[in-house]
Design a protein around this ligand. Structure first.
Ligand SMILES: Nc1ncnc2c1ncn2[C@@H]1O[C@H](COP(=O)(O)OP(=O)(O)O)[C@@H](O)[C@H]1O
Ligand SMILES: Cc1cn([C@H]2C[C@H](O)[C@@H](COP(=O)(O)OP(=O)(O)O)O2)c(=O)[nH]c1=O
Length: 207
């Protein structure tokens, strides 16, 4: 019987998270895991509200955005139909594209990291990832990738901001290094190399 795990992917926009979520899902499924893959912002009503802010249909304050993410995450965990907690209880390995480290990285330039950690402690106390996989990439490369594939660039997707986010991720890893399991990998490697490294790491934890 394989141990079911809760795995969070983290990284700046365009770092390759969704590519790796898909590949890990395929590999773990072949290896006998039941997989539930998911993402934040979610597709719940709270997540939709966040997407409308990101698409510039609605304007609001940064603190309101950060608070919406806290609420979206709690619903992501506790939703009675498809919440992560329920999926874990049903024996799924859950892979999420972003979790609370995204809050620490994306909002701590304007809101104190202490507040963000406290607000997200509700989620952390319910479920900490067994593994946070951080795909480390130069913001210049990620912006190049995003520009070549998308016409609608979201509010945080500019080079100056992604440089800050990248720095803030690292500060949060240092701050929470004692209580969080973080696996940092070099996102400049090929898609296949990254996928193999990630699979090896996860497999070693699920025995
Ligand atoms: N290791 C990689 N090397 C080169 N291109 C990559 C790599 N990983 C992802 N890409 C490409 O970069 C773009 C962004 O990847 P994506 O997985 O959507 O990132 P994210 O989910 O982090 O925004 C996609 O076009 C994808 O094919
Ligand atoms: C989960 C989360 C995401 N975000 C931001 C990061 C992204 O810019 C945006 C949308 O996330 P996402 O759709 O994952 O973007 P990408 O695939 O380009 O990485 O949401 C926050 O600002 N705070 C959060 O807590």
């Amino acid at each position: 019987m394989k141990k079911n795990l809760f795995i969070a992917f983290e990284g700046i926009d365009g770092s390759g998270k969704s590519t790796q979520v898909k590949l890990l899902k395929e590999k773990l499924s072949k290896d006998g895991h039941k997989i539930y893959s998911t993402f934040e912002p979610t597709d719940s009503p709270i997540g939709s509200l966040i997407r409308n802010i990101f698409n510039r249909r609605i304007e609001t304050d940064e603190r309101a955005i950060a608070s919406l993410f806290v609420a979206d995450r709690l619903d992501h965990l506790l939703n009675k139909t498809n919440g992560i907690v329920k999926k874990m209880q049903e024996g799924y390995t859950v892979i999420t594209d972003r979790y609370y480290f995204s809050s620490y990285a994306y909002h701590s330039a304007t809101i104190s990291l202490d507040w963000l950690i406290e607000a997200n402690s509700l989620s952390a106390n319910i479920l900490k990832p067994d593994l946070n996989i951080y795909i480390d990439i130069d913001p210049e490369i990620s912006i190049e990738r995003l520009n070549s594939e998308r016409s609608n660039i979201e509010i945080y997707e500019n080079i100056e901001n992604l440089k800050i986010v990248s720095k803030k991720y690292k500060e949060a890893f240092v701050r929470l290094g004692a209580v969080e399991n973080v696996f940092l990998i070099d996102g400049n490697n090929s898609i296949n190399d990254l996928s193999n490294k990630i699979f090896d790491k996860v497999q070693s934890m699920s025995k």
